[in-house]
Design a protein around this ligand. Structure first.
Ligand SMILES: Nc1ncnc2c1ncn2[C@@H]1O[C@H](COP(=O)(O)OP(=O)(O)OP(=O)(O)O)[C@@H](O)[C@H]1O
Ligand SMILES: [Mg+2]
Length: 489
């Protein structure tokens, strides 16, 4: 509805050139058709394949005008006004003669025609910029997306003579997931989701999120992580879990209840191997939303010199995937404090601005284990909702980590002396405990016997955990964290 008003408004300003950047060519043509009808103006459509055709009179196309030069000469020679929709004209904007032609037409005294250049990207050269306006087609809002889903569900029901199974809550979640896409894409993805099994269920959501991500992804600074963990895969971190649980409902709500700020993100600081990356993944699982990972190393390597623009685009994509969790692992590596004003300074600036200004529900989870190279700006109050310190696991948590990893490998926890294992693994990180389970399974396998406590205990006794090798570093980290962070467990 409002799109039509935009088009009418722009036509009324008599701007000679309109750049319409959209993947929805049909919709753009239709909008101009309706606007032209209202204004009583002739409407033409041109493409390099069909040539020029008058749309409002449904005349046959003039193939002889398929050449861009000929077309422009024709428009220049014609006396009347009219609206010309030029489809995919952008490749010809490289040619100085074409640009001059367009300029002549655009600068003509009234009645000047209006040329609308419609394409996925319409980069206008400087010579034309001040003679032009840009038109962006709006994307469907939540209500419009819902309507499309309901239309598709009804159409399916008619074709199969039975009602489509879809719970209201699932339709809501689906609609939220499909925000940020064009109407045509919403329709196509909904149709796919319905057609595989004649139902819309929670099980459709991850695949839809992934399909949507593929449509939006501009480069590959962001990756879509299929494998999210659940909180049940994480031992300990009770405080972090409770914190997330308390905010889950608000995060996925369409709008936070009055007085509550939407949760923005957490920084997980801590000891190596203590489960920070695992917990970051589990945040997405806990919220039940897609997980996107932002990789700074790719950002710097692949897009040398274009890092900020690519970061901005990646953050915008995350916004379109909202609600989602955006995970930046080892954030200190990308933002190391370089005092020369190099790229990482500017990347930090871009990130901080986004953190302060974003409105979409994108929950940022950053992890770090080296506080000394973290820029202080990032730690200032208000950037993250909370900074959690992930320390080495306590005794009961170690028992649970053994249990989780034994279960995972087909060794039911009931068959092991978890208390003794927990005692013997004092100072071990979660990663080291997992490693001990893996290694002792190998030992048992080589011997041809079942895994026993003794194998695990022997493996632990033979390992010097990092906490011993790096005792001083960990002590410094703990001292630093004590004053500035909240324990995650
Ligand atoms: N609390 C835990 N519960 C269950 N498994 C754990 C836990 N902590 C660590 N692990 C196991 O150890 C593996 C490695 O942990 P993870 O990579 O999350 O640690 P990290 O803190 O990110 O380490 P780093 O600082 O080296 O990146 C995890 O994939 C998981 O299998
Ligand atoms: Mg990690």
């Amino acid at each position: 509805m409002t799109d039509l008003k935009d088009v009418e408004l722009i036509l009324r300003t008599r701007t000679p050139l309109i750049a319409v950047e959209t993947r929805e060519e049909h919709r753009a043509i239709d909008l101009f058709r309706r606007a032209a009808l209202g204004g009583g103006q002739p409407l033409y459509r041109w493409s390099a394949v069909d040539g020029l055709a008058r749309l409002d009179l449904e005349q046959a196309p003039q193939r002889s005008l398929a050449e861009p030069d000929r077309l422009l000469a024709h428009i220049r020679a014609s006396q009347g006004g009219g609206i010309y929709l030029l489809l995919d004209f952008h490749p010809y904007l490289d040619d100085p003669l074409t640009i001059r032609h367009l300029r002549e037409i655009a600068q003509r005294d009234a009645p000047a025609p209006t040329l609308a250049l419609i394409g996925p990207r319409v980069p206008l050269p400087d010579e034309l910029r001040n003679l032009s306006a840009r038109l962006e087609l709006r994307l469907p809002d939540l209500a419009a997306v819902r309507t499309i889903i309901e239309e598709e569900a009804a159409a399916w029901g008619q074709r199969h003579r039975r009602r489509l199974q879809a719970r209201g809550a699932v339709v809501d979640a689906l609609a939220r997931n499909l925000l940020g896409l064009t109407a045509a894409d919403v329709r196509r993805l909904t149709r796919n989701a319905i057609h595989d099994d004649g139902a819309l269920t929670e099980a459709d959501l991850p695949a839809l999120a992934q399909a949507k991500y593929r449509l939006l992804d501009s480069g590959s600074v962001l990756s879509f992580e299929l494998e999210t963990a659940g909180m049940a895969d994480v031992a300990g971190l009770a405080r972090l879990k409770a914190w997330l649980e308390m905010r889950r409902a608000v995060f996925v709500a369409d709008s936070p209840p009055p007085g509550l700020d939407a949760p923005k993100g957490v920084l997980l600081l801590g000891v190596q191997g203590a489960g920070k990356s695992l917990a970051a993944k589990a945040c997405a699982g806990a919220f039940g939303v897609p997980l996107l990972r932002l990789d700074f190393a790719t950002l710097y390597n692949k897009y040398y010199g274009e890092t900020e623009r690519n970061l901005r685009e990646a953050l915008a994509t995350a916004g379109q995937m909202a609600p989602c969790v955006l995970w930046i692992d080892e954030i200190e590596k990308g933002l190391a404090d370089d005092r020369d004003g190099g790229p990482s300074r500017r990347v930090l600036g871009t990130l901080l601005t986004w953190m302060a200004e974003r409105v979409e529900p994108v929950f940022l989870v950053a992890t770090a284990n080296d506080v000394e190279s973290l820029p202080p700006e990032l730690l200032r109050k208000g950037r993250f909702d909370e900074i959690f310190f992930v320390d080495l696991p306590a005794r009961d948590v170690r028992a649970e980590i053994f249990a989780i990893h034994l279960d995972k490998r087909g060794q039911p926890r009931g068959g092991f002396a978890l208390d003794a294992l927990a005692d013997a693994s004092q100072g071990f990180s979660g990663a080291e405990i997992e490693q001990a389970v893996v290694a002792s399974l190998y030992a048992a396998h080589a011997r041809g016997t079942a895994l026993a406590d003794a194998d695990l205990l022997a493996e632990l006794a033979g390992t010097r955990p990092l906490s011993v090798l790096m005792a001083e570093k960990i002590a410094r980290l703990r001292a630093w964290a004590a004053a500035r962070t909240v324990p995650a467990d």
